[in-house]
Design a protein around this ligand. Structure first.
Ligand code: NAD
Ligand code: LMR
Length: 329
């Protein structure tokens, strides 16, 4: 039986993350080896020609699953019939730009994209916001798409989740696949809380295996929190291939389900779980099944974790207040 193509819209299509992402999508790494993909690429007018070059390379990949590629600078066209939307394009902070300017520039972009999603996407659309500030950009898009259920709007903290696993691998020598139940809470920013309280390594409590509280508090947590900045310092530009890979992981698990006994981290609209104010797009441990995610319930949160979750959630509230003041959410 032939499977009909899934429409995947990618914004920021000529940027560096998209350059890692599009080829993996076309290869079937995200939606599976039997699912044809229709790509819709959105760029700003000055970058459309560069996106055309990326499309030429995609054609040259001769990917059996790549059904078609459309390139546009019109968000309504880009999101037409979208089943999956990956919102990577965003305005980066430039020299002399204040935080309010950055929120304002991105507020305008994600307002327009939210409206285009609302008016044009397929009824089953799933959305991942990657462009920073990712959580708050997702909030703005969500608030501008009243006809799309809020639960469809998510933001990327899987990169932080994967970074946390990588640090535990380096510390313990265990295989990445044996590190499970790591959690990222809060914002995709330096305030996030990477949490090993419920994690396991080869089936044993990670904190017992590591047995080094000093390392957890003063090395592991800050290393994961500022890893993005460390990569910018080393590479001269922000993480791209790892961000693309984490984006693939996020959508693949959302659509296809998480492994039995494990969970992943996704920034999703809070339903009030763990005291995170309802509606904020905050990272939680989640499991996925049947194309839906559920926040993992019933985890014990000790005083140390509570304080760190609260710091990051407070930052998200401040970002929400700032964009509200600017009239975006
Ligand atoms: P980039 O500058 O290489 O590419 C961004 C692209 O977006 C550019 O080609 C630009 O023309 C395009 N763009 C800008 N405004 C647009 C609009 N209105 N519509 C469509 N396209 C638009 O940046 P990148 O390295 O690909 O990173 C993209 C974003 O992802 C940045 O905001 C970055 O900070 C963020 N990021 C997030 C994570 C995460 O884990 N959440 C990780 C890494 C990077
Ligand atoms: C990352 O985590 O690598 C990026 O979000 C960093 C950045 O500021 O673009």
């Amino acid at each position: 039986m032939s499977v009909s193509p899934v429409t995947v819209t990618v914004t920021g299509a000529s940027g560096q993350i998209a350059y890692g992402l599009l080829f993996r999508i076309a290869a079937g790494d995200m939606l599976g080896p039997d699912v044809p993909v229709r790509l819709r690429l959105l760029e700003i007018p000055s970058a459309v020609s560069s996106a055309e070059g990326v499309a030429m390379e995609l054609e040259d990949g001769a990917f059996p699953l790549l059904d078609s590629i459309d390139i546009t600078d019109n968000p309504d066209v880009a999101f037409s019939g979208a089943n999956v939307g990956m919102l990577v394009g965003a305005r980066p902070r430039s020299k002399g730009m204040e935080r309010a300017d950055l929120l304002s520039a991105n507020g305008a972009i994600f307002t327009a994209h939210g409206k285009a999603i609302n008016n044009n996407a397929a009824s089953d659309v799933k959305l991942l916001v990657v462009g920073n500030p990712a959580n708050t950009n997702a909030l703005i898009a969500m608030n501008n798409a009243p006809d799309v259920p809020n639960v469809r709007f998510t933001a990327l903290t899987r990169l932080d989740h994967n970074r946390a696993i990588a640090q535990v691998v380096k510390k313990t020598g265990a295989a990445a696949a044996s590190v499970r139940r790591v959690s990222i809470w809060g914002n995709h920013s330096a305030s996030q809380y990477p949490d090993l309280s419920h994690a396991t390594v080869e089936g044993k409590p990670a904190l017992d295996v590591i047995n080094d509280r000093e390392w957890v508090e003063n090395d592991f947590i800050p290393t994961v929190q500022v890893r993005g900045t460390a990569i910018i310092a080393a590479r001269g530009s922000s993480s791209a291939a790892s961000a693309a890979s984490a984006s693939i992981d996020h959508v693949r698990d959302w659509v296809g389900g998480t492994a039995e006994g494990d969970w992943v981290s996704m920034a999703v609209p809070s339903d009030g779980s763990y005291g995170v104010p309802e509606g904020l797009i905050s990272s939680f441990p989640v499991t996925c099944a049947g194309g839906e995610y559920s926040i993992v319930q019933g985890l014990s949160i000790d005083e140390f974790s509570r304080a760190r979750i609260d710091i990051s959630v407070n930052e998200l509230e401040q970002e929400r207040n700032a964009v509200r003041e600017l009239g975006f959410a």
